[in-house]
Design a protein around this ligand. Structure first.
Ligand SMILES: Nc1ncnc2c1ncn2[C@@H]1O[C@H](COP(=O)(O)OP(=O)(O)O)[C@@H](O)[C@H]1O
Ligand SMILES: [Mg+2]
Length: 748
């Protein structure tokens, strides 16, 4: 008694403070898989079947794809060609093109192209374009009150639908983009893909065109500005030159040239003056008397004077001749003398004229020299003044030059841009064009089936986990400890599943319950797992029992049909078979099924004994094979107060008497939840064994049964899980080793 209390206290303590913690480590998961593989397999099978159904029933999808190559150098923006040539092209360009290909504007263009082609070709694509979308849109618009969608709305919806079917991706790190488009028919897929490819190239071109157009118009504006600026600079330069008398000649500026010229002129003038002066001086110095002298004429270099002198000399010669012939006084001589005088005078007059002209020549030269000198002085002064303005002039000149060169460069670029505008070149090239696929690309068995299996395994495992952790019943020994609060003494297999025979042939005379193989299983199969488990229960009972004394063991369960009666009979038969004095009492006065099973022929029983009608020995039945004594209960009229009967003094007497004659007294009691008997009788019992139906009885029911039955609970030495599925039980015990089960023999 003392030990019983101790043990039950410790087990109830355990239940209160250590709740069941699910074991989710690798081994725990493996065990769950092993235990629950039928569930998992069922999940896999179901999903696999669904996958196959899907393969057969799903509408096929055809997908057509095309490749687009983006020329990375051309793709750089206008005017940056030089930059792009050096260094690797920006990889972002390709990603941007991917996005552009997926853009709504391209999709809209594609929709327009599809429409045009459908009109031209008599509607090749039946489910593409507005047709399908119109249906969707009209389906989405609630009621007839909403206005019919405009053409634009339809096109936008169609573009959206188109984009949903389009997949675009860059291939690796290349400059190639792959786009694919799916539809319900191969032709529609190819047509859609083609439209998208065309739309993309077209929009690329028009974007390029617009960009160049914008650039050209901007450049035009800029060129006009530059031209204005250049001409303003030119005009300023000219004005400045005019203001400052700057004229350019072939050799430089006018001032410098002039200065040089005037300088040389001055030199010439000076030389001329000097010459004229020398001549004049020589003329002045001439001896008038010697005019006929040769040196004078030589000096004068005058032809007239030379001729006159020759004539004079001729006359003189003639005179000398005549003098010698005719003398001084001759008239001819006198005549010649006169002529000579005449020539002399002529020469003198000529000399005067020459002198006069030399003087005037000299004066003129002098005047010219002076004039030139003045000119030079003026120029020198002017030159000093223009030196400063020269600097400004250079400034103006260089700014005019700069504007002009900027203008020139711009103009060249402008020409290039205009050329590009008239021949827009696309950076994108469709490398492989879409063509109608010959087989659908969805559903694919190679993806769908493994996916089905995988999903099934996942689903199955999920349900397995749910069964393991959310199940509200008892399957493991730990469940008993965790949810009932007492030890699990063993798990009894379902005999109906374990031994293929439910009923044996008629029992031999003197054999209790001979017709029911289940109640005699411990005798019939002493080495079975079932019987071994019972022996384990007996070990626990023994360890809690007073040495040498008798023990009263009550067998209870929460609800009927969990197997109390079967358990009690087997337990008692086994104990008796060991040679110990054992009494089995049918204490279920509400439903004496033990009596019905073991001794259907019995006429008298415990009620009669308690009422004092007969002695105990008179009511006992004996099992010849095991030596078990059985006190049946026969309830003819339903006793109104069974509790009173159980608690009567006669009952105390009966148990005392039994304790003296037997070592083990097993009482099959009614279930705890529906009737109060067991609780009321608890104080007369030493130990309770609690039978729980495996996988059926819920934790709540067991908790209900134990609630408010403190005495009973304290005396429970352990629970037994009954009617476990042997197959599952084997999986549960897998960790005990493969040959664990070989120790049991189910048949006798
Ligand atoms: N271990 C078992 N294997 C197979 N059937 C069993 C087992 N235990 C009990 N049963 C069957 O379950 C039913 C109810 O059992 P029973 O012992 O009468 O339960 P209770 O006495 O708790 O109402 C009976 O038909 C019995 O044969
Ligand atoms: Mg019963």
């Amino acid at each position: 008694m003392l030990q019983v209390t101790n043990s039950s206290v410790s087990s109830s303590e355990r239940s209160s403070d250590s709740r069941f913690v699910p074991q989710l480590d690798a081994l725990g998961l493996l065990r769950i898989v092993y235990r629950q593989w039928p569930t998992i397999l069922t999940g896999v099978a179901i999903c696999f079947v669904f996958a196959i159904l899907y393969l057969f029933l799903a509408q096929p999808k055809y997908s057509a794809s095309f490749l687009i190559y983006i020329d990375p150098r051309q793709a750089q923006s206008l005017g940056k060609q030089e930059i792009s040539m050096s260094g690797p092209p920006d990889p972002g360009i390709i990603e941007s093109q991917v996005e552009i290909l997926k853009s709504e504007s391209v999709a809209l263009t594609a929709v327009r192209l599809l429409e045009e082609r459908a009109k031209a070709g008599g509607g090749a694509s039946e489910d593409e374009g507005p047709g399908l979308v119109q249906r969707i849109v009209s389906a989405l618009s609630f009621g007839a009150s909403s206005p019919p969608p405009t053409r634009e709305e339809i096109q936008h919806a169609a573009a959206e639908a188109l984009l949903l079917r389009l997949k675009v991706k860059r291939i690796g790190l290349t400059y190639v983009i792959e786009a694919s488009y799916w539809a319900r028919s191969p032709e529609a897929a190819a047509a859609g893909a083609q439209a998208i490819a065309d739309a993309y190239v077209e929009s690329e071109m028009s974007a390029k065109f617009q960009a160049t157009q914008k650039a050209t118009s901007w450049m035009q504006e800029r060129i006009r500005e530059l031209r204005d600026q250049a001409s303003i600079a030119d005009r300023k330069l000219l004005q400045y030159k005019a203001q400052h008398n700057i004229v350019e000649t072939g050799h430089g500026l006018m001032n410098e040239q002039q200065l040089a010229d005037v300088n040389s002129q001055l030199g010439v003038a000076r030389a001329a003056t000097a010459e004229a002066k020398a001549r004049l001086e020589r003329l002045n110095a001439l001896n008038r008397g010697d005019i006929v002298n040769g040196s004078v004429s030589d000096a004068l270099r005058s032809d007239i004077i030379t001729r006159l002198r020759a004539q004079y000399l001729d006359y003189e010669n003639k005179q000398a001749e005549l003098i010698t012939k005719y003398g001084q006084a001759h008239g001819a001589v006198q005549n010649l003398e006169k002529q000579k005088e005449q020539i002399k005078r002529t020469i003198e007059a000529e000399l005067d004229r020459i002198g006069e002209s030399a003087r005037s020549e000299y004066e003129i030269a002098l005047a010219r020299e002076r004039g030139t000198q003045e000119n030079l002085d003026k120029l020198v002064a002017q030159q000093a003044r223009t030196g400063e303005s020269q600097v400004q002039l250079r400034d103006l000149e260089s700014s005019a030059q700069t504007y002009r060169s900027i203008y020139d460069t711009f103009f060249q670029q402008f020409e290039v841009a205009v050329k590009q505008q008239s021949f827009p070149v696309s950076d994108a090239r469709v490398v492989t064009a879409p063509f109608p696929p010959d087989k659908p690309n969805w559903p694919k068995a190679i993806i769908v089936l493994p996916l089905g299996v995988f999903a099934g395994a996942f689903l199955g495992f999920f349900f397995a986990l749910v069964r393991e952790f959310l199940g509200n019943n008892f399957r493991l020994g730990d469940d008993v400890i965790n949810y009932a609060g007492f030890d699990c003494l063993g798990i009894l297999p379902n005999l109906a599943l374990e031994t293929n025979k439910k009923r044996t042939a008629l029992g031999r005379p003197g054999q209790l319950g001979g017709n029911n193989a289940f109640v005699r299983h411990s005798v019939n199969a002493p080495f079975s797992r079932f019987t071994e488990t019972l022996r384990n229960v007996k070990v626990t009972i023994d360890s809690n029992k007073e040495q040498g004394g008798a023990v009263v063991v009550g067998i209870v369960s929460s609800v009927p049909k969990e197997g109390k009666t079967t358990f009690s009979a087997n337990m008692a038969l086994m104990t008796a078979k060991m040679g110990t004095r054992t009494l089995l009492i049918d204490g279920d006065l509400h439903n004496p099924s033990l009596t019905r099973t073991l001794a259907p022929q019995a006429q008298i029983g415990s009620v009669e004994v308690l009422q004092g009608a007969i002695p105990l020995a008179g009511a006992l039945l004996r099992d010849e094979e095991s030596g078990l004594e059985f006190l049946p209960s026969i309830v003819r009229v339903r006793e109104s107060n069974i509790v009173a009967l159980l608690n009567s003094g006669a009952m105390v007497q009966l148990l005392d008497q039994a304790r003296q004659n037997y070592d083990y007294i097993y009482i099959d009691l009614p279930p705890v939840v529906p009737v109060v008997d067991a609780k009321a009788f608890a104080h007369r019992v030493d130990q309770f064994v609690f039978v729980i139906e495996w996988g059926v009885t819920t934790r709540d029911v067991v908790r209900d049964a134990l609630e408010g039955a403190d005495i009973l609970r304290q005396k429970v030495v352990g629970g037994v899980l009954n009617k476990a599925d042997p197959a599952e039980l084997k999986r549960f015990e897998a960790y005990k080793g493969r040959y664990y089960g070989s120790y049991y023999v189910d048949e006798n």
